[in-house]
Design a protein around this ligand. Structure first.
Ligand code: ATP
Ligand code: MG
Length: 363
């Protein structure tokens, strides 16, 4: 994919525009991680880009953010810019396209996000960010006092990078993350959730969660329960314990899962019946939170006599025939009893035995 990006840089160069791969890709490359997300910056304006490339998706004209589809890949392309004024501590209300890359790098969030790759594939470190990268330190470009305040999303981006890359946050930057935490209230829950999802899904999430707590960010994020939860692998498992489904955006299915999981968590132990009722996925999350071995749970699930109602060897019309009675409410009652008896191994899932059981107990 980098090859294709370099082709774009060369096309732009032939037309007289300067351009680089910037941001996450060079950073991750220096750290030895492979990513498939390449951001390009250029002196060409969106209008000029539209005239050069065929497949251009203009995603955000106002801010000059563009996606170029090229030879099967998509690249985010932004024109070198200076951000003039910020609104609501999030978006700049005015940007100015510029011809100079260095000034564009100065408006970026953290030093480790300012590396560039030029059209020959060389890594360029115009702001001297290599030292921070080597020391594994996250530091704002310029004074954090202003850089955090002008865009509060940087607070969460900082925690996210510290978590995923396992970096430490520079002391002064850290101070202002905390100091301006109240500005997080102004951000959209969508954007906040995107960042929190990345933090909570990381294999290094303990670090991110500790930072969110230690830097006192939880109240402003409406996740004050964070210090009380049991950290688990599953993302829904974490959100469920935070009890914020009315504050943050979730799909209908996710909401249902959280509700069911919360119900399941009120049980002290798991048995065949709960496994059958809630299914393996929710029970696995339960086991993770309650510290039950996954192996034990899987064995239990594999040995469960039935996994759904359909597997019961008798149906409603069989029951009415056996008892020689018109179908009615009583059938559901009997079905539930049979289901429970099979699950607690007091009745075998065998047509003849179930028939006998019905005759003995219900005729
Ligand atoms: P990843 O793609 O892995 O999430 P990234 O660093 O590439 O990480 P993007 O959101 O793709 O992050 O942004 C690309 C680059 O744009 C960043 O590396 C950074 O230089 C700049 N950037 C993004 N968001 C901001 C922001 N809120 N403030 C300042 N600069 C930003
Ligand atoms: Mg990126």
């Amino acid at each position: 994919m980098e090859e294709k990006a370099l082709e774009i840089l060369n096309i732009l160069n032939e037309k007289g525009y300067e351009s680089y791969i910037v941001g996450g890709y060079p950073r991750d490359k220096l750290l030895g991680y492979k990513t498939n997300d390449i951001d390009i910056c250029t002196s060409a304006t969106p209008k000029e880009l539209l005239s050069i490339f065929e497949n251009v998706i203009v995603s955000d004209t106002q801010y000059g953010s563009i996606v170029i589809a090229y030879k099967g890949y998509k690249f985010d392309v932004t024109t070198f810019r200076k951000e003039i004024k910020y609104e609501d501590h999030r978006r700049p209300i005015k940007i100015k396209y510029i011809k100079n890359i260095k000034k564009d790098l100065l408006r970026r969030d953290f030093t480790i996000n300012t590396f560039c790759i030029d059209k020959e594939g060389n890594i360029i470190d115009a702001l001297g960010a290599k030292e921070d990268l080597d020391k594994r330190i996250l530091k704002t470009v310029g004074n954090p006092k202003y850089r955090i305040k002008e865009d509060a999303l940087r607070i969460l981006r900082c925690i996210r990078f510290a978590t995923i890359l396992n970096f430490e946050i520079d002391k002064k930057t850290k101070h202002y993350l905390s100091k301006y935490s109240y500005l997080l209230k102004k951000l959209s829950t969508n954007r906040k959730k995107e960042e929190l999802d990345k933090i909570f899904s990381s294999t290094n999430k303990e670090k991110g969660i500790k930072l969110l707590i230690d830097l006192n960010l939880t109240n402003a994020l409406d996740i004050s329960r964070l210090s009380m939860i049991t950290i688990c692998t599953d993302l829904i498992g974490i959100w469920c314990q935070l009890e914020v489904e009315d504050i943050y955006p979730f799909t209908k299915v996710e909401k249902e899962q959280m509700l069911l999981l919360r119900e399941l968590l009120t049980h002290n132990s798991i048995d065949n019946y709960l496994l059958y009722k809630y299914g393996l996925y929710l029970c696995t999350v339960y086991a993770d939170i309650k510290g039950i071995s996954k192996r034990k749970l899987n064995t239990m699930y594999n040995n469960i006599p039935i996994k759904s109602k359909k597997e019961i060897e008798i149906n409603a019309s069989d029951i009415s025939k056996i008892l020689n009675k018109k179908p009615g409410k009583y059938i559901k009652e009997i079905m539930n009893d049979i289901e429970k008896s099979i699950l607690n191994n007091s009745l075998n899932n065998n047509k003849e035995e179930i028939k006998e059981y019905i005759l003995n107990n219900y005729s």
